[in-house]
Design a protein around this ligand. Structure first.
Ligand code: NAP
Length: 462
């Protein structure tokens, strides 16, 4: 009876996870998607807790308390700008759980536990601890780079890729050894240690700029490790969740690389972001036209067609509520306002959508890059809020630019552009932006939230 209940809860949880993922593909259903996934997880936990093999609930209760103590602040207080590093930390925990289960399983078989380690089971277990251990340290380094606890520049040396390849090959040799001779404990533990070192060595040479892609890839590894855990301990929900996680993380990392027009190999082995480049040698000396909030407000107040382009700076300033307020004022005065969303604006896919949804911006005002790019030429004012790389015309026009080929929002084709940022600092890619020097562009310098607050009061007064 208990077993039937457990399996039924796993089945219901799997369906809810799949429905949750499906809902997450649409901004208006995303909240529901998270709720479906959370209920699924609760069912999976309850189904596991009634398992007849549990002999003592003490340790489980301790784990639940510690997990809640760590999870609550991570969920409630980490700002959305720090989401990539928050996800990296969670991945590290998830992967650590896989490694610990794998080690416990291995140890117990040779110390009076049930079952035996035939080749298929040992292969799953070996794969689980190998990927898990690599993910634990890789995700910690990714988190350190994103949070700038570690240098975010790629740390490279000659022959690095070769050394990493040799170490990886060695780890595979150890894996094969333990599959053939499971009773040999030394290669098993050596493989775990080597994988942990590899996790550090593989992420160190990747620049902080590419960490979100790395985090998505590690997410995929973590999923595969969980699926392998499921095979090793005969748990169906782990196999299903792990497969979903593995596939979605991998697809996401490919989509992110594609949106930056970078090959996957270039992200992982290209050490992008090592040097700060400028597209023009005289980038800093080119003229820049700054505008006051009063003048910018007058342009906005009388514009018929306005497009708002949010970027990472809007997330840093947490200015989404002021953006919505300003858009509503322009609309009240008869102007039409649309939002142009670049697929990699911000630091995570969907970053801008989440922030704008939080500020109750209607979903039907949000337009994808391909939908809106043709409209910039007929737009009176484009308001760029803390975006830089995603509106850099060099990506379209300058073959020498490191971001050449990355699709961009064609903001420079609008009649007038107002850029809100604090100074002339470069964006994520570390390159100068000709848009800021273009004759149709005016710069409104200052923190985006403060500038928008001024704009709101000036448009009200206009
Ligand atoms: P960006 O190129 O990183 O530029 C953000 C700009 O915001 C900076 O130039 C900064 O200039 C400004 N800023 C920062 N804080 C601000 C504040 N408080 N108020 C006003 N402005 C502020 O951002 P983006 O255009 O959104 O481009 C995203 C970049 O991230 C792309 O290069 C993309 O490839 C990369 N990326 C994205 C993802 C993803 O999934 N979204 C994943 C990996 C990589 P100041 O300091 O002068 O203010």
């Amino acid at each position: 009876m208990r077993e039937t209940l457990t399996q039924a809860s796993y089945l219901a949880a799997s369906v809810l996870f799949i429905l949750g993922l499906r809902s997450l593909t649409r901004p208006d259903k995303a909240r529901r998607g998270m709720q479906q996934a959370a209920v699924g997880m609760l069912l999976a936990i309850c189904g596991t807790l009634i398992n007849y093999q549990i002999v003592d609930y003490k340790w489980i209760a301790a784990g639940l308390v510690i997990g809640a103590i760590i999870g609550y602040p991570l969920g409630m207080w980490v700002p959305t700008t720090a989401l990539p590093q928050r996800i990296a930390i969670s991945l590290s925990f998830g992967a650590l759980a896989s490694v610990l289960v794998g080690v416990a399983e291995y140890y117990s078989v040779f110390h009076g536990g049930e079952g035996e380690l035939h080749s298929a089971r040992m292969a799953a277990l070996g794969f689980e601890v190998l990927l898990g251990s690599l993910t634990v340290t890789g995700a910690l380094v990714a988190c350190g780079k994103l949070q700038e606890w570690l240098p975010s520049k790629p740390m490279t040396y000659r022959g690095q890729n070769f050394v990493n390849f040799v170490l990886f090959a060695l780890a595979i040799v150890l894996l094969v050894t333990v599959i053939v001779r499971p009773e040999m404990a030394a290669p098993f533990y050596a493989m775990i240690a080597l994988a942990a070192v590899l996790g550090v060595l593989m992420v160190m040479p990747i620049g902080g700029a590419d960490m979100p892609v790395v985090v998505a890839l590690l997410n995929s590894y973590c999923g595969l490790a969980a699926a392998a855990t499921g095979f090793a301990i005969g748990n169906s929900i782990l196999i299903i969740c792990g497969a979903l996680d593995g596939a979605s993380g991998f697809l996401l990392s490919i989509l992110m690389s594609k949106a930056m027009n970078r090959s996957f190999a270039n992200v992982l082995f290209g050490a992008f972001g090592g040097e700060t480049t400028t597209t023009s040698a005289s980038g800093d000396t080119l003229p820049v036209r700054s505008v006051s909030a009063e003048d910018a407000a007058i342009q906005l107040a009388y514009a018929q067609r306005v497009i708002i382009v949010p970027g990472y700076g809007m997330a840093v300033a947490q200015a989404q509520h002021q953006v919505r307020e300003l858009a509503e004022l322009v609309e009240k005065r008869g102007g039409e306002v649309k939002y142009a969303i670049h697929p990699v604006a911000g630091r995570m896919p969907g970053h801008m959508n989440v922030l704008l949804a939080e500020a109750n911006v209607p979903y039907d005002r949000l337009y994808d890059m391909d939908e809106i790019n043709g409209e910039f030429a007929q737009t009176d004012v484009v308001l760029v809020i803390g975006a830089n790389d995603v509106v850099n015309p060099a990506a379209r026009d300058d073959p020498r630019s490191p971001i050449y080929g990355m699709p961009i929002l064609d903001v420079d084709r609008a009649k007038s552009v107002i850029v809100l940022k604090r100074g002339m600092a470069t964006g994520f890619a570390g390159i100068d932006n000709a848009l800021f020097h273009a004759p149709a562009t005016s710069m409104l310098f200052g923190d985006a939230k403060a500038s928008l607050t001024k704009l709101v009061s000036e448009v009200k007064a206009a």
